[in-house]
Design a protein around this ligand. Structure first.
Ligand code: IDP
Ligand code: MG
Length: 148
């Protein structure tokens, strides 16, 4: 089953939105495989956002991501990477539709409360980065009710 990495950013944690975000992914039917609140290091964040290193906003992005703890989660499910991105909305919340997480809870691109992997290979890279001890799968009776 496909997996994705979702992270509630420091503003989302401080605004008390962890439960709301977790609830939406659970309700959709995605299976929670891992969950951790951590205070990320600069090195970890630079690795996570390695593709954006040359962007002018990169230093501000790393500062923002170090402004408090983050909550990382791994979910599995059919096409969960694409589905998760749809639930999150557009990078700029101003372009995010109501009903999406960014469309419902934030306004600015630099305070957009949540991360979700954008492709299957980046998801696996991010899961290995944030959960270096590995993530175990487990079977759940819910699967039989969700999948035909
Ligand atoms: P994504 O989070 O929707 O995948 P990315 O392009 O991967 O978007 O950018 C990562 C994060 O960098 C964004 O979520 C946002 O926090 C920040 N970011 C992206 N573009 C800008 C920008 O133009 N100004 C400020 N911050 C930005
Ligand atoms: Mg991205």
């Amino acid at each position: 089953m496909e997996r994705t990495y979702v992270m509630v950013k420091p503003d989302g944690v401080q605004r008390g939105l962890v439960g709301e975000i977790l609830k939406r992914f659970e309700q959709r039917g995605y299976q929670l495989l891992a969950l951790e609140l951590i205070h990320p290091t600069k090195e970890r964040l630079e690795e996570h956002y390695q593709d954006l290193k040359s962007k002018p906003f990169f230093p501000a992005l790393v500062e923002y991501m170090m402004s408090g703890p983050v909550v990382g989660m791994v979910f599995s499910g059919l096409e969960v990477v694409k589905g998760g991105r749809k639930m999150v909305g557009e990078t700029n919340p101003l372009n995010s539709l109501p009903g999406s997480i960014r469309g419902d809870f934030c306004i600015c691109v630099g305070k957009n409360i949540i991360h979700a992997s954008d492709a299957v290979d980046s998801a696996e890279r991010e899961i290995a980065l944030w959960f270096p001890n590995g993530v175990k799968n487990y079977s759940s009776p819910m699967q039989g009710l969700l999948y035909e």
